[in-house]
Design a protein around this ligand. Structure first.
Ligand code: HEC
Length: 152
């Protein structure tokens, strides 16, 4: 029975060790979580989606920026500020004088409506002053993915 006794002794004598083990385990958990975060961050930097947003920003700079601003509260240009344009009602940016055509269009800017609009604005909203079109469907998609990121 001395075996049992020493076993009990060892268990009783373990709090310090157990404490260490728990801390070790926590550290290990934090380490694993941190590693996962790093892997995720590294992964997202190289995904097609992130690349698409980057390309979209480039297209925006090339085709839209001369008339549209894109950050919160920025002044309107020749066209309205496009911050938060995704899922926004058409013609609803504050302090911009829209054409009656766009203002009364009752459109909401989704992937789908933006795609149709940007393909040929005047065909979708006759009378709009937005005349720039992006004929290439792939380029349009990339641009719209980017537009959808312009939000809080
Ligand atoms: C030459 C200036 C000009 C350029 C370049 C231009 N736009 Fe516009 N855009 C306008 C104007 C002006 C309006 C307002 C149209 C109206 O009131 O009918 C507008 C409206 C819009 C709207 C509707 C916004 C709302 O609040 O309802 C979207 C979306 C839009 N433009 C996207 C784009 C994108 C994307 C590009 C680049 C591919 C672009 N525009 C390039 C002038 C421009």
């Amino acid at each position: 029975m001395s075996g049992t006794g020493s076993a009990r002794y060892r268990i009783r004598g373990q709090p310090a060790l157990t404490g260490l083990t728990v801390r070790d385990r926590l550290m290990k958990r934090d380490y694993i979580l941190a590693s996962i975060a790093i892997v995720l961050a590294a992964g997202s930097g190289s995904t097609a989606a992130a690349q698409g947003v980057e390309d979209g920003a480039t297209y925006f700079g090339q085709h839209c920026q001369m008339c549209h601003t894109k950050t919160s509260g920025e002044r309107n240009g020749v066209g309205p500020n496009l911050f938060g344009v995704g899922n926004r009602k058409a013609g609803s940016s504050a302090n911009f004088s829209y054409t009656p055509a766009l203002k009364s269009s009752k459109l909401v800017w989704t992937q789908k409506t933006l795609d149709k609009f940007l393909a040929m604005p005047g065909a979708m909203v006759p009378g709009t002053m937005m005349v720039v079109s992006i004929p290439d469907a792939g380029q349009r998609q990339t641009l719209i993915t980017y537009l959808m990121t312009l939000k809080k």
